[in-house]
Design a protein around this ligand. Structure first.
Ligand SMILES: C[S@@+](CC[C@H](N)C(=O)[O-])C[C@H]1O[C@@H](n2cnc3c(N)ncnc32)[C@H](O)[C@@H]1O
Length: 266
């Protein structure tokens, strides 16, 4: 079964946007000159930016396979991004064809491409809603219509929380999203860090702010803190390429400016 909700608003291609810049980093085609210019400037400042984007995406692949392998059959993915194959539901449904996935993003351009996120296995179920992470209650309300909250759910906040400033209370948002989830649920989280390329993040923040979205890179301790109250799965919170590496990975140490981890609710 598939469903999408809400209508696309106006898409302003004259300013850079995180979803389209990320699509550019990954080599996608759904981006515009303002996105290329901003993304190229980020690469000039941080030559490993594209590799970091790929290290992040490859973490998503491995983490979804890992939790599906643990028996989790339901996924709530916030900040989905423009579809890039394989998408989360394809990975989950390769392991478990009946996996259910609820996708959400606040960018109208992602909604425009949501159809690709809704083509899953007939045994499974995918849904898409345009929603903002900073309104976590509405995300939970929508997810309740599609997922069984008495059973474990994997909540993925992948490359997302760095768009939330301290004033917007990222920890409170994570807690609100985790609170209604059943024991055995997991948090899949990744987050950019300034620790390996200090001195450039103020400028990177300015570039993203020019499109209306600030970026707040965080330290290992700050990213680890998002897992408070959860059992952190091995190998803990580490740089992307070091998390349960496998033979399919293309990116090594050059993509290390992202901390990643998986936590389990007990
Ligand atoms: C860097 S992309 C990550 C995509 C995907 N999660 C991945 O890791 O491959 C970040 C996504 O988060 C979305 N995003 C940023 N701020 C958001 C917010 N406040 N609410 C919902 N989505 C948001 C952007 O539109 C973008 O699609």
């Amino acid at each position: 079964m598939t469903e999408s909700a809400f209508h696309a608003g106006d898409i302003d291609t004259s300013v850079p946007h995180p979803a389209r810049m990320y699509d550019w980093f990954l080599g996608g085609k759904d981006n515009y000159p303002a996105d290329w210019a901003a993304a190229e400037e980020v690469v000039r400042l941080m030559p490993g930016a594209r590799e970091t984007a790929w290290a992040n995406r490859e973490f998503m692949h491995r983490a979804v396979r890992f939790v599906a392998g643990q028996g989790v059959r339901q996924f709530l993915d916030v900040g989905t991004g423009i579809p890039t194959e394989p998408n989360l539901h394809q990975i989950a449904q390769d392991v478990a064809p009946d996996a259910r996935v609820v996708y959400t993003d606040n960018d109208p351009i992602v909604l425009r491409h949501a159809e690709a996120l809704l083509r899953g296995r007939p045994e499974g179920r995918t849904a898409y809603v345009q929603a903002d992470l900073r309104d976590p209650e509405s995300i939970i309300e929508y997810a309740r219509a599609h997922l069984d909250f008495t059973r474990p759910i994997a909540l993925s906040l992948i490359a997302l929380l760095h768009y939330v400033t301290d004033e917007q209370d990222p920890q409170g948002i994570v807690d609100t999203l985790l609170e209604p989830l059943a024991p055995g649920s997991h948090l899949l989280l990744s987050h950019v860090t300034h620790e390996f390329a200090p001195g450039i993040w103020e400028r990177i923040d300015e570039i993203y702010r020019s499109g209306g979205t600030p970026v707040r890179a965080r330290s290992h301790a700050e990213v680890r803190a998002f897992f408070a109250g959860l059992e952190v799965c091995d190998p803990g919170v580490v740089v992307g390429p070091k998390w349960r590496p496998d033979a399919a990975m293309r990116i090594g140490d050059e993509g290390k400016s992202v901390y990643v981890g998986v936590g389990r609710k007990v």
